[in-house]
Write a protein that binds this ligand. Structure first.
Ligand SMILES: [Cu+2]
Length: 546
């Protein structure tokens, strides 16, 4: 049994030896310095592949999910050596109906790590141990179901059994590993896959008529030889917790695939941001995006926009109606930035050179006084992640007017809470850990205990010290979705239903949400879905009790 020590204890030990925790601050940004963003090697664009689909039969879907190292062709200059589900990135798509039983035989064939020294709960650790989270599904968080406290070390396996409730909402969800300390490593490797629950939205005639494209957006983080690098639990000043020199922005595992459409054709793009900590602001040149649903929660009517901002973990479903013949780029901008473009939110900084970017420029040796995109670090530059080719002739397809909305009634609010996303630093301004309300995740700590059959109102605040570099965060809670009612002190005319939502980069930014704790008791977590922040402590447990 590995030895676990608390951060406070570790600090005391470190102090005793005259050491300080002074990791490279750049590792706290979602963008490591000097990482190159790989576009694609010269070859003809491949048509967007679809992950292989496993469909339920007789109200049951049984899958064998093998985590193992593998070599994958993503269209980069070299084959990519990383972790895979069943040898592919992303994993297969699981398709079910509400009421089905999902059975997963999860087998861990990742390499064992050398025996660890003392493990710190807010540093990367046991990064080849795994488990499984079904993100967004309203299912049992305990036992051998959607239980993120299960541990499956290399060589081990578990049979999971996850009944999908009969009244489950239809939409796009996803699965990924969630072993604390290992989440970043396994997500940046590419371990993720889509889950589709069929239902009312699929029956809308205009939606049913549209060709469906699942789009798993990932950022695969690699070294010089396009190989996954190990995390560094206690990096030196010049190292990162999660080193990488190449970042591949892939859609369904390939760089810049092509999507072919006919003029007037409507397609349904089911997009998932399965990247580690990357905000993805997506635009399609000369085309509107007609949003049907966020996070598997259908809107009342399509929301027509020219940009969607997906935080890590978000899903958005859009209809796209092809215009005139031509080539159109689907652009990610500003991609992995700490400054996500958030529709409806005013920019929170007076200039595009914010403190974090300035800091970044200093690290990179970039002259930040010269304005213009060429001065942006490569991970902050806009980039094309897919190319749409409209050609030939097609019939003029229609868009829907009304949708079968998700609008669960919120129970009477039983309690209000403030949840602060915080960073601890030493007096010397050196990073110590991330936390929630100042406390880093500790598995031994008693969870917060709301009562089954009640609702609560939480205000989530970015409480990073404004004197320090800014961090955007992403709030995600398991098991129950939430309804956002206020943002930065302004009541929303139309509340937003999500299971994952951005907490913008400025200190004091906040949103207020309401959530029902219904159907399931048991322990689960809420955490930052910039999962490097989560592995470094930004998570807490909740146990719903009778
Ligand atoms: Cu965070």
């Amino acid at each position: 049994m590995a030895n676990r020590i608390s951060r406070r204890r570790a600090l005391q030990c470190a102090g005793a030896f005259g050491l300080a925790f002074v990791p490279d601050l750049s590792s706290l940004l979602t963008d490591a310095p000097a990482a190159r963003v790989q576009r694609t090697r010269s070859r003809r664009a491949v048509e967007l592949p679809q992950p292989h689909v496993l469909k339920s039969k007789h109200e049951q879907l049984s899958v064998k999910l093998v985590c193992r190292p593998g070599t994958v062709d993503m269209g980069a200059p070299l084959p990519v050596r990383t972790y895979t589900y069943n040898g592919v990135v992303p994993g297969y798509t699981w398709e079910m109906d509400a009421g089905d039983l999902l059975k997963v035989n999860l087998i861990n064939r990742l390499p064992p790590l050398p025996p660890p020294g003392p493990m710190e709960m807010d540093r990367p650790h046991e990064w080849t141990t795994t488990n499984l989270h079904t993100h967004g599904l309203h299912v049992d968080p305990g036992g051998f179901a959607d239980n993120v406290f299960l541990t499956i070390p290399p060589g081990d396996s578990k049979h999971l059994r996850i009944p999908i409730p009969r009244d489950h909402n239809a939409g796009l969800f996803w699965y990924h590993p969630h072993h604390h300390g290992a989440v970043t490593q396994q997500i940046r490797a590419g371990l993720a896959g889509a889950i589709i629950i069929r239902g009312d939205l699929d029956a809308v005639p205009e939606v049913r008529a549209a060709k469906e494209q699942v789009m798993v957006l990932q950022s695969i983080e690699l070294g010089n030889e396009y190989q996954l690098l190990d995390p560094i639990p206690n990096p030196s000043k010049t190292e990162s917790f999660f080193p990488r020199t190449n970042v591949l922005y892939t859609v369904n595992g390939v760089l810049n695939p092509k999507i072919t459409m006919r003029p007037g054709e409507v397609q349904r793009w089911r997009m998932l941001n399965a990247a580690e900590g990357k905000y993805m602001s997506l635009k399609l040149k000369d085309h509107d995006l007609h949003v049907l649903a966020w996070d598997g929660l259908t809107l009342h009517e399509p929301d027509t926009v020219d940009l969607v901002m997906m935080s890590a973990g978000n899903r958005v479903e859009v209809l796209v109606k092809a215009g005139k013949p031509g080539i159109y780029d689907l652009v990610l901008t500003p991609g992995s930035s700490q400054k996500p473009d958030i529709p409806g939110m005013p920019p929170s900084a007076p200039s595009w050179v914010t403190r974090s970017e300035l800091f970044y420029c200093q690290l990179m040796g970039i002259d930040e006084t010269i304005p213009g995109l060429q001065d942006q670090p490569p991970e902050l530059q806009p980039r094309t992640i897919a190319t749409i080719e409209v050609r030939g002739h097609g019939k003029n397809m229609r868009l829907p007017r009304d949708l079968p909305a998700w609008d669960q009634k919120i129970l009477p609010i039983r309690r209000k809470r403030t949840v602060g996303y915080t960073v601890q630093r030493t007096g010397m301004n050196e990073f110590v850990t991330f936390g929630i309300n100042g406390v880093p995740f500790d598995p031994a700590r008693a969870p917060y205990r709301p009562k089954l059959g009640t609702a609560e109102e939480w205000t989530v605040v970015n409480e990073c010290d404004h004197k320090l570099i800014d961090h955007a965060h992403v709030f995600h809670i398991h098991t129950n979705p939430f309804k956002i009612t206020w943002r930065n002190g302004t009541k929303l005319a139309t509340p937003l239903w999500r299971d994952t939502y951005v907490l913008t980069k400025s200190s004091g930014d906040s949103f207020t949400m309401e959530t029902n704790f219904i159907d399931f008791t048991g322990e689960f977590v809420e955490h930052c879905h910039v999962v490097s922040h989560e592995d470094l402590g930004m998570m807490e447990s909740i146990e719903v009790v009778r």
